[in-house]
Design a binder for this molecule. Structure first.
Ligand SMILES: O=C(O)CCC(=O)C(=O)O
Length: 255
């Protein structure tokens, strides 16, 4: 799989690009089955190396997972998709030949209870871990994402402003953001079907509304980066593609 010149140009112009049916239905069904029941499972036991941020409620409703960091440790299909040739060949077009998985997280946005995501640039979060905004994020829809259940929204071309200052938000997950409510920007809601993905750069402004609908809006975001951007705290098993793609020893020697 490869992006055409026109698709690459659109990615660079808008800061994001939708890729329809990136992952085949059989894999999506397996992923959906792996994610079913995670709210309850993670309440029983949160494995080492996995970070869960919860939606907490003042009433008797059980807590819901808002985001689950390092989802490849919980879902084998997430790990498999992060190594998918079609996905990695697209990333190589944007990032270059050496690609690592910077992180992978489940965004659970549960029916009725999933909270909003403030406007932000991913670089606002990542700047403390990396030298340059060279990452590409990829949001893969597990459920259909619509305006009703809080699909992601992008401000096309907003990456061209460069890095912006973010301020603090009171949240266990998205704790910094840009000021403004859902109407603050002329943003494009991106509806996705299961198996569709949207790739986006670290400087494009994006956010999403809460999920007040009866339908879950589960998605996994895979953030990739080039190896030379150096993330010295990353374990070597995050390597995905290129001359450093397999042997951990090589990676260890460059960090
Ligand atoms: O879940 C969402 O709607 C937004 C996710 C997001 O902004 C992110 O992972 O950077």
């Amino acid at each position: 799989m490869a992006l055409t010149d026109a698709e690459l140009a659109r990615y660079h112009a808008d800061g994001y690009l939708v890729m329809s049916q990136l992952v085949i239905p059989e894999r999506m069904q397996r992923l959906s089955a792996e994610v079913d029941g995670l709210h309850e499972q993670m309440q029983q036991h949160e494995p080492d190396g996995v970070g869960v941020a919860w939606e907490q409620f003042p009433d008797q409703r059980p807590p819901r997972i808002r985001q689950l960091m390092n989802s490849e440790r919980v879902c084998p299909m997430v790990d498999a998709i992060s190594r998918d040739d079609a996905l990695l060949s697209v990333l190589a077009q944007v990032i270059g030949p050496d690609v690592l998985l910077f992180h992978s997280k489940l965004m659970m946005k549960a029916a009725h209870d999933g909270s909003f995501t403030p406007w932000h640039q991913d670089w606002g979060y990542w700047r403390q871990h990396c030298e340059a905004p060279s990452q590409v994020n990829c949001m893969l829809a597990i459920d259909a994402a619509t305006e009703a259940n809080g699909c992601i929204r992008f401000v096309p071309g907003s990456h061209k402003q460069g890095p912006l200052d973010h301020s603090s938000f009171d949240s266990s997950s998205f704790n910094i953001g840009l000021p403004g409510d859902l109407d603050a920007y002329d943003a494009v809601p991106v509806a996705l079907q299961p198996g569709d993905a949207v790739i986006f750069g670290p400087l494009v402004i994006h956010g999403s509304a809460p999920n007040t609908s009866p339908s879950h809006r589960r998605a996994n975001t895979f953030a990739f980066d080039r190896v030379s951007n150096r993330n010295p705290d990353l374990p070597p098993d995050r390597l995905r593609l290129g001359q450093y793609g397999a042997p951990a020893a090589v990676y260890a020697s460059i960090v």
